[in-house]
Design a protein around this ligand. Structure first.
Ligand SMILES: Cc1ncc(COP(=O)(O)O)c(C=O)c1O
Length: 421
């Protein structure tokens, strides 16, 4: 242990406090010592169908045995990638959609950002390069995603970022229009937004936000990129999350729940309109893609997972269970160290700690997560909050276990800091 430099991890901490996971089944995971935990976060918001689904493992094995990998560049293809693209296109909330595959959310964002700019270049508006993102937004940690980051700490210390990327307050749709007008619409390519802000702390949008955003984008000829990396594949009860608002995006970035994490996969759903300039005879090639774009074994995992989501009606559960989760989290607001509880839209929520508690005890969040872990429940530290986003297969009695574990952990820490006797 110790040579693995963990993503978003401190080297010293990784070496001294490893939690080594070994096995999973349903909503449960086990560490190497055999301790069992309720997976309160679906790993990193992705184990939507739960752990240990043999059908997905078998689909992966079958494809790996037949042909594990092969290039999908140019005119080469494979059946799983074709099938998954067709599946997603048919379920996308925009007509004639094409699907571009990458390996995760960060590279999906890179693809969408470049495609938005390149689209305007193709239609004779090359000055439209500006990309507008929102504070609290998270779009991965690659080049564009870092530049679009709404979490300041994720942008700091990397030198100059991608030019013509700006942030506006996450909850003020009029700020988007003001930014478009200030720059001049002829300079703006796209706005990127998560249906519910996830990694930035679980913030559902204000009422009417997306309807108004969509209207503003259309009026100024600006593309709307919906980043559905967390909200897709049932987290909000639909394929891409954005259907909850009846809004038609131009591009949708996805990852995570597309395979429930059984293998890495991400991509961009591109509306027929945005794809059109690349489709006409003699159109230029979109010179973009990764070695593993359209990887057959990853796509096979996606096909098997999406079938399970649909056939077992797991997809809808993000909406079916959202009230159940919110009802169980709401009472936590009464614990003396808690500032507020957020959520209610989709199967995700967050419990924010009070700023004075965090100022006096900078490790308070880690302590809550550790106390929850000791109680057999995994929750996630997210900014000044603890986040939950369990697998969509979770049952109400398991939601009780999750909420009780988190409540107990919060009370433990409230006692430790003298806020509760
Ligand atoms: C909304 C959103 N976009 C993009 C990403 C980046 O995805 P990845 O970590 O697969 O690069 C994430 C990751 O959590 C995300 O939540």
């Amino acid at each position: 242990m110790g040579r693995f430099w963990h993503p978003f991890g401190q080297l010293w901490e990784s070496a001294t406090h490893p939690v080594v996971f070994a096995r999973g089944e349903g909503v449960w995971v086990w560490d190497e010592e055999g301790r069992r935990y309720l997976d309160g976060t679906a790993a990193l918001w992705y184990a939507n169908v739960g752990h240990g689904r043999q059908e997905i493992a078998e689909a992966i094995a079958a494809q790996a045995r037949a042909l594990a990998g092969y290039s999908a560049f140019g005119t080469f293809s494979n059946r799983p990638a074709e099938e998954l693209a067709e599946w997603l296109s048919q379920r996308a909330p925009m007509p004639e959609a094409e699907v571009f595959f990458v390996l995760g959310g960060g590279d999906a964002v890179e693809t969408a950002a470049k495609l938005a700019r390149r689209y305007f270049y193709e239609v004779g508006e090359p000055s439209r390069t500006m990309l507008i993102a929102r504070t609290r937004g998270y779009h991965g940690t690659w080049g564009f995603g870092t530049s679009l980051a709404g979490i300041e700490a994720n942008r700091t210390g990397f030198g100059e970022l991608v030019p013509s990327t700006v942030q506006v307050p996450w909850d003020a749709v009029e700020a988007v229009e003001a930014a478009i007008v200030a720059a001049g619409p002829e300079r703006v390519a796209a706005v990127i937004a998560e249906p519910v802000i996830g990694a930035g702390g679980v913030y559902p949008p204000p009422p009417g936000y997306f309807e108004a955003l969509s209207e503003i984008c259309r009026r100024h000829g600006v593309l709307l990129i919906v980043d559905a990396v967390i909200c897709g594949f049932g987290r909000l009860g639909t394929w891409f999350g954005i259907e909850r608002f009846g809004v038609r995006p131009d591009l949708i970035t996805f990852a995570k729940g597309v395979t429930s994490g059984y293998l890495p996969l991400g991509g961009v759903v591109v509306s027929g309109e945005v794809a059109a300039p690349f489709k006409r005879p003699g159109a230029p090639v979109f010179r973009h893609g990764a070695t593993y774009s359209g990887h057959p074994t990853c796509a096979a995992a996606g096909v098997a997972n999406c079938r399970i989501l649909e056939e077992e009606h797991i997809l809808e559960r993000g909406e079916v269970l959202e009230g159940e989760l919110a009802r169980r989290l709401a009472p936590l607001a009464a614990i003396p160290i808690v500032e507020e509880v957020r959520g209610g839209l989709g199967l995700l929520g967050a419990v924010e700690l009070q700023a004075p508690v965090l100022a006096e005890y900078p490790d308070a969040l880690e302590r809550v997560a550790a106390r929850a872990r000791a109680r057999g429940v995994l929750v996630r530290v997210l900014g000044s909050s603890l986040a939950v986003s369990p697998p969509l297969i979770i049952e109400p009695h398991e939601l009780d276990v999750l909420a009780e574990g988190l409540a107990g952990a919060l009370e433990d820490v409230a006692r430790e800091v003298g806020a509760l006797v």
